[in-house]
Design a protein around this ligand. Sequence first.
Ligand code: GLN
Length: 301
Amino acid sequence: MSQQLLTSGLALWQWRSAAQKAALAANVPVTEVDWLLQEVAGLDRLSLRLESFKNLPQIPLQLSLEELENLWQRRVNEHLPVQYITGVTPWRHFKLAVSPAVLIPRPETEYIIDLAVAAVQNHHCQLEAGHWADLGTGSGAIALGLAQALPLATIHAVDCSAAALAVARQNAQALGLAHQIHFYQGSWWEPLNFKGQLSGVVSNPPYIPSQLVPQLQPEVALHEPWLALNGGNDGLDCIRHLVATSADYLQPGGIWLIEMMAGQAEVVAALLQSHGSYCDIAIYPDLAGIERFALAYRRGE
Ligand code: GLN
C-alpha cells in the first residue's frame, strides 16, 4: 500500500467526522478512527492532532476514501478489531505486529513483565541471566517484554501455531531482540529440554471456560483465535497443566508466573499449594483491581 492518492483535506475531514459519529453510535472508541488514518492511510499524527489537514487542497494518502470507508465498515459492522486492520498494536514500549493468528496483546498483560522483574530483583538476583520460557507466546509479547526488561536472559518462546510464531519472529527481528529469543513450535514443554534449569516460566495461557468463549464481546469471539482463549470446561485446563509440569523444568527458586481470569485465583493458589513443589504463592491484581496473576517459586532442594 505504498501508492499515494491525492485526497481533498476537507473531504477527509468530513469522512473522519462521519466515522467518529458512527463510532459513538456503535460503542467503538472514537480514537480508533485516527488510529486507522495514521496507521493505514499514513496521515501524520501532528496534522491529525491539529486538524491542519482540513485546509489542505490535496493530501497524499495511501488509501482512497472509499477504501478507508470499507475498512471502517468492517470495524463497525463486522466487529473486526482495529488492530487486525492496522496490523499493529501498542504494547509496553513496543509497537507489535499482530494478525488474526494471534491474540491481540492486552494492556493488562503488560504488568506481568513488571511482576517478573520485581520477583527477580526482590528475591532471586541470580535468575536474571538465566533461561526463561514463555509458553503460548502468540505475538511474542511476553517473550519480547522479558527480553527487553532482562537483557542478560535468554527466552525460549513456544507456540503450537506456526502462523503465530511467524508473527512473533517478525516482532523479535523488528525490535532487535531476536538474538535473545529462541522460538519453538510445539505443545507447552514438548519442544524444550531444560529440566531443572529454568530461571522462570511466564505464560498467558488460554483460560476462558469453553462455553463462555462464544459469549465474549464480538471483537474477541468472532475474530480472535479460540486456540488462545479456550481453557476447557472450567477454563483451567492449561493452568492445571502448567502447575503440574513446570516444577520439573524450574531450578530451585525459579519463578512461576501466569495470567488468569477473574474468579480463578483461589483455585490456582490451591492447585499450586497442593502440588507441593511451589512456595511463596502470591496473587496480584491487574490495574483494574482484578486478581489476574499468580506467582510462585520452585521450592529449594
Ligand atoms: N484476556 C483475554 C480476554 O479477555 C483472554 C486471554 C487468555 O485467555 N489468555 O479475551
